[in-house]
Design a protein around this ligand. Sequence first.
Ligand code: COI
Length: 331
Amino acid sequence: AKIFAYSIRKDEAPYVEEWKKAHPDVEVEYTDALLTPENANLAKGADGVVTYQQLPYKADTVEALHEAGISKWSLRNIGIDNIDLKKAKELGFTLTNVPVYSPNAIAEHAIVQAARILRQDKRMDDKMARGDMRWAPTIGREVRDQTFGIIGTGHIGRVFMDLVEAFGAKIIAYDKFHNDEVEKKGYYVDSLDELYAQADVISLHVPSLPENIHMINDESIAKMKDDVVIMNVSRGDLIDTDALLRGLDSGKIFGAVLDTYEDEVGIFNANWDQKGVPDARLDDLIHRDNVLVTPHTAFYTTHAVREMVMQAFDNNLLMIQGKEPNTPVTL
Ligand code: COI
């Protein structure tokens, strides 16, 4: 069997080598280049491909991969919102993702950022950098005094819930699909409106499905409590950025934690040090003292990256062997 992998970063290569060592019968080749229609032919002769990227896999990319003779495709990440799934289905692809590489990576990031925004740490850091060491008015809110509204109770939402629980905060949750354990704890509210009305901190843990896009907008923000904190470690397009900026400008929103941004593709995971951030809204958000922006790095831990590589290659090999992969994507 032969597997070809795209966009293997320096920090992933050791794990690819580890997987190779454990599978001496499998030929593994890889490149650091992203999969594009132009280089899909690199995979020719392989039995399957392993990829990860935030750039879209449009119909032309899927077609090029098909023309290279590939039908077994394994993603190293969770999200499948950047793939032309219709085209992949039409061309007979079987697809896998890695839905549980490390929910803790994202949830730990979220709880740390939640505590930081509530303590006004960025403002205090700015003051310290200027030599202003006065306490007031940079007073903190304790995590335990907040009601956390967790939207989406999948793997990540539930680990986040455990961490919030450990701080002693009150939790309410919303999801179209109820999880038994969350149900037993009595955390579910019946509607998003109820959650918006009660939550001091709202955290998003749902995928970018058409019905979720811009769920945080002027209308939903108007339903929230004053001084609400909004957190997005999921997908940028869940938030209408203009509405978020209006809510921040008016003072309705106390602060925001953003690990994703709706126009992040092509901007995050690149260096704009000399050129400047090429997006005015993002630049605005980054420079606010009550907004914590990270470039889609909540997932980016050694634990998660190793799992992403190992599980994706395992999935791909299982498909090549004609077996059921561990985490198939239903097309
Ligand atoms: C995902 O796993 O879907 C992420 O958002 C992480 C990123 C590597 C795409």
